[in-house]
Ligand binder design. Structure first.
Ligand code: NI
Length: 161
């Protein structure tokens, strides 16, 4: 187990596409454990493997109700819309309002390789979209809401500290 270095700002790896995971081995488990530890230390709610320099389709998310380990995740359903403030551990100080679906269902493998479905709304839906985007080299600054979208979807969340 260990803390890994978070890639930031203009690091070119953040724009690369991550590869499908086909080996569910010790190396993957170590990556998952290190990602969780790194995310919690940085006080984040999600982290993609590319952010610690590993181009593999692996994501960890914890929005306060426990760790989710998503391997080879894909969005299978989404609806609604939300415009809320979003940030990224790789883009410190650049928080901004994004346009995202309100409800998202993700299909992903767990560390045993078993496919599972995960549903989320609000913050969890944003986290799914944000972290899965990372696997294709897409950052939240590519998903910023327009004035019109913000007007149509006013924030439903209390300001967070
Ligand atoms: Ni991010």
């Amino acid at each position: 187990m260990g803390i890994r270095n978070i890639r930031k700002d203009d690091d070119p790896i953040l724009r690369k596409k991550s590869r499908v995971v086909d080996k569910f081995d010790e190396r993957l488990f170590t990556l998952l454990d290190d990602m969780a530890e790194t995310m919690y230390l940085a006080d984040g709610v999600g982290l993609a493997a590319v952010q610690v320099g590993a181009l593999r389709r692996v994501v960890v998310i914890d929005v306060g109700d426990g760790i989710m380990e998503l391997i080879n995740p894909e969005i299978v359903e989404s609806d609604g819309a939300q415009c809320e403030e979003e940030g990224c551990l790789s883009l410190p100080g650049r928080n901004n309002i994004t346009y995202r679906p309100m409800n998202v269902t993700v299909r992903a493998q767990n560390r045993e390789g078993k496919w599972c479905l995960y549903k989320g709304d609000g913050l969890k839906a944003r986290a799914f979209c944000h972290e899965l985007d990372h696997l294709d080299g897409v950052l939240f600054i590519d998903r910023l809401a327009t004035e019109e979208q913000i007007k149509e979807n006013p924030s439903k969340e209390e300001e967070r500290e």
